[in-house]
Ligand binder design. Structure first.
Ligand SMILES: Cc1cc2nc3c(=O)[nH]c(=O)nc-3n(C[C@H](O)[C@H](O)[C@H](O)COP(=O)(O)OP(=O)(O)OC[C@H]3O[C@@H](n4cnc5c(N)ncnc54)[C@H](O)[C@@H]3O)c2cc1C
Length: 131
């Protein structure tokens, strides 16, 4: 496909490139969903993989200021990896740090609530068993 026809196919993105707001609206559901799929009783390997994912995400997230602030928060408040509930709440708190920074109301961090909003039909993902 030529670059001209690609541009017309994805006209919306040519006119309105991803910014921090649109990017965040896509990224938070992924991050919360990731925590909802985390095992109730994680193995050491699960913990290591989750930590690697979060740390890598914070380094390559394509919004410079978001990424560098997220890295600082992760250092100050390291991911809580001992159980699914701990990690779900930890991510909710991370999201609240950003909400606070942007002058938004804090979200009430409750696992059931996060399951309802971000869980979709895959509340208990088996993805951690995939090798
Ligand atoms: C790691 C990261 C860092 C970011 N840093 C910045 C930044 O520095 N500057 C900037 O301008 N933008 C930043 N963003 C984007 C910002 O957080 C929002 O995504 C964006 O402003 C759009 O906000 P929104 O009001 O549409 O809802 P979002 O904040 O994107 O939230 C989406 C939905 O999640 C739910 N929700 C809200 N709070 C929580 C919570 N605490 N836990 C669970 N669910 C919740 C609500 O239902 C909400 O509608 C960052 C995004 C990420 C992923």
């Amino acid at each position: 496909m030529s670059s001209g026809s690609l541009a017309s196919k994805y006209q919306e993105f040519v006119e309105r490139p991803l910014n921090a707001i649109h990017l965040g609206r896509s990224a938070w559901p992924l991050l919360h969903r990731f925590t909802l799929g985390y095992p109730e009783n994680p193995t050491d390997q699960n913990k290591q993989k989750a930590l690697q994912f979060i740390q890598s995400f914070s380094k390559i997230y394509p919004c410079k200021v978001c990424a560098s602030d997220f890295q600082i928060k992760i250092k100050d408040h390291p991911p809580k990896l001992d159980s699914r509930n701990d990690l779900v709440i930890w991510m909710c708190e991370q999201h609240n740090f950003v909400n606070q920074k942007l002058g938004k109301e804090p979200f009430r961090c409750n696992v059931r609530r996060i399951e309802l909003i971000h869980g979709g039909s895959h509340r208990k993902s088996d993805s951690w068993n995939i090798q």
